[in-house]
Write a protein that binds this ligand. Structure first.
Ligand code: PEP
Ligand code: MG
Length: 595
């Protein structure tokens, strides 16, 4: 399903990043996540205690709202999503916030709203100065709770998404996780935000709710009017507005086509991912939360190739206990059984930080204390997670995977910690599987160069192409300015994937790929031709990838790879793949194919 840009020539288009696929047409609801205006007037002595009561009532109302939203979210998406509200609820009991505001109302005879913003402003200032990255990230939560309290104080509607009457498309600067959670699912048809990337929380939420979404549009809230009809194209990553009937008709057709396309794709969900000449590939899913295993299975995943465990640790004020982690891993493993679940150990650092993480500001966080380096530096946290994974292995096929490995010592050290975790469980009399596969992510050029040696130490490889590309090409994966250099078809990247597969073959261990590239229809021919055994991707794109594999032959994929490996630039490779696709799969909705 190719987009014909000439058909929307007269409409206004705002480009962003496709975060969740699908097309929706509807009224824009511009969401005010900004802080409301605060009055600086002073109040009379007699009114001071009334203002104090007014503030405490707002705290109570906010608490009730959050408790309600938490319960709703636990019900709809599970406990791990709901837990993000706990930190906010705790703030409503925080004496710095509550007593600080009350003191200001009394001392300055000012409105509660002003006392609150001044108190919060001071807390934010202190937190903004801290070297702890996690605490600096929490400023966002404080601003969110401040906004909610102000809404109640000023008599404005909070949780407006929860009260939506019409079906709308949310247009916002950003969608804090707690706001996304408060929407009435059936009324929100799509999201568009100005900030964020494919892995930001709003994007993950959109995919798990299966709502089309576009993020990172920069200027959308100014460009679109409240109530204006808009089209969200989550396949190409565009918001279209100010359009005529012809454009509307064009998109209605595209929407119908896409729905039919999805329906057809889902027909293949229970068939194996086997090429016409009989080569079978494992198609697995990437998940962020245990609850997403259901969606993975519904889209035909036979295993979980990457369980990103960071989300259990993020948006909370403490480290999850061994039991809590065990419950989450066990849930994923049991739901996926008999299929395997590759549980990646905590991969924080880079752009993800957790409570108590002792993260100092780093000049180059992606080259800093990240992934396996971080876990080896926090042995108590690491052993706790490994024990939880081992215990989950008693309930199905759990595998352990270490991220961001660059030297053999790291793997050996990590395996020693794993052994210590085993010994602790034995002495505690807790059960775990007798044998558990241990693998590594291949994400650094060093890991590829030494892949032969690594292959002797582990049971499997999974290529993390998102990071492998950034480290190979020296291009920050989140930096817009250099995004044009971030090229998955760069000959250096393709050679490294080829070398990794060869090293794995020699040692007879399986090798998969779990970066975004695995779910890119245009890249599929290359990846299967390169000889990967397993591809792991967002569940939503899995049926599309499967249908491509089923309609191609391994022989022709090998030929495509041989041609691509002979090319000198990534753009040549891309053009070559586009040509093959246009001929063979005109109906495929590859974002990559839009010229
Ligand atoms: C990768 O780097 O390709 C990967 C899958 O890991 P993450 O995106 O979580 O860094
Ligand atoms: Mg990675």
């Amino acid at each position: 399903m190719l987009l014909d840009l000439s058909k929307i020539g007269k409409a206004k288009v705002i480009e962003g990043i496709p975060a969740s696929p699908g097309i929706v047409i509807g009224k824009a609801f511009i969401m005010d996540t900004e802080r409301p205006h605060v009055s600086h007037e002073t109040i009379s002595e007699e009114d001071v205690e009334r203002e104090v009561e007014h503030f405490m009532a707002a705290v109570q109302d906010t608490r009730e709202l959050l408790v309600r939203l938490r319960a709703k979210l636990a019900d709809e998406l599970g406990e791990s999503h709901a837990r993000m509200f706990d930190a906010h609820l705790m703030m409503l009991d925080d004496s710095m916030i509550i007593d600080g505001t009350l003191k200001r109302i009394r001392e300055s005879s000012c409105r509660a709203s002003l006392a609150l913003t001044e108190t919060m402003g001071q807390i934010i200032k202190v937190m903004g100065r801290t070297k702890d990255e996690y605490l600096r990230e929490r400023v966002y939560d404080i601003k969110d709770i401040e906004r909610r309290l102000l809404m109640h104080l000023l008599g404005r509607k909070d949780g407006c998404l929860a009260d939506l009457e019409d079906e709308v498309i949310i247009v916002a600067h950003d969608l804090p996780a707690t706001v996304t959670a408060s929407m009435r699912r059936e009324r929100v048809k799509g999201f568009v935000t100005e900030v964020g990337g494919r892995t930001s929380h709003a994007s993950i939420m959109a995919r798990s709710l299966e709502i089309p979404a576009v993020v990172g549009t920069h200027s959308v809230t100014d460009a679109v009017d409240q109530g204006e009809m808009v089209i969200v194209d989550g396949i190409t990553g565009m918001l279209v507005h100010d359009f005529d009937d012809a454009v509307l008709e064009y998109y209605r057709d595209r929407q119908r086509e896409y729905k039919e396309f999805e329906r057809q794709l889902l027909l293949v969900k229970d068939y194996p991912a086997v090429t016409r000449d009989g080569h079978k590939f494992a198609l697995w899913a990437n998940i962020e939360l245990a609850e997403e295993v259901d969606s993975a299975k519904a889209h035909g995943a036979e295993g979980i190739g990457l369980f990103r465990t960071e989300y259990l640790f993020i948006a909370r004020d403490d480290i999850p206990s061994e039991d809590e982690q065990y419950e989450a891993y066990r849930r994923a493993v049991e739901t996926m059984a008999p299929g395997p679940v590759i549980i990646r150990t905590l991969d924080v650092g880079g752009d993800k930080f957790i409570a108590g993480g002792e993260h100092q500001r780093e000049a180059n966080p992606y080259l800093g204390w990240r992934g396996i380096r971080y876990c080896l530096g926090q042995p108590n946290l690491f052993i706790r997670q490994l024990k939880a994974i081992l215990r989950a292995s008693a309930h199905g096929e759990a595998r352990i995977m270490f991220p961001m490995v660059s030297s053999l010592n790291e793997v050996r050290d990590a395996k020693q910690v794993l052994e210590a975790a085993r010994q602790q469980l034995i002495s505690e009399g807790k059960e775990f599987a007798e044998s558990i596969d241990v693998g590594i992510m291949i994400e650094t050029p060093a890991a590829v160069v030494l892949a032969k040696l690594f292959a002797e130490e582990v049971d499997f490889f999974s290529i993390g192409s998102n990071d492998l590309i950034q480290y190979t090409l020296a291009v920050d994966r989140g930096n817009d300015r250099v995004a044009y250099l971030y090229d998955q078809y760069h000959p250096a990247v393709l050679s490294l994937i080829r070398d990794t597969v060869q090293a794995a073959r020699k040692q007879k261990i399986p090798v998969g790929l779990c970066g975004e590239m695995a779910g890119d229809p245009l890249a599929v021919l290359l990846l299967i031709g390169l000889g990967l055994d397993e591809l792991s991707m967002s569940p939503l794109v899995l049926p599309e990838v499967k249908s491509i594999i089923r309609s191609t032959s391994y022989r022709s994929a090998r030929k495509t790879v041989a041609q691509a490996l002979d090319m000198a630039t990534g753009s040549e490779v891309r053009r070559h793949l586009q040509q093959i696709f246009k001929k063979a799969y005109p109906e495929i909705s590859a974002t990559e194919m839009i010229e």
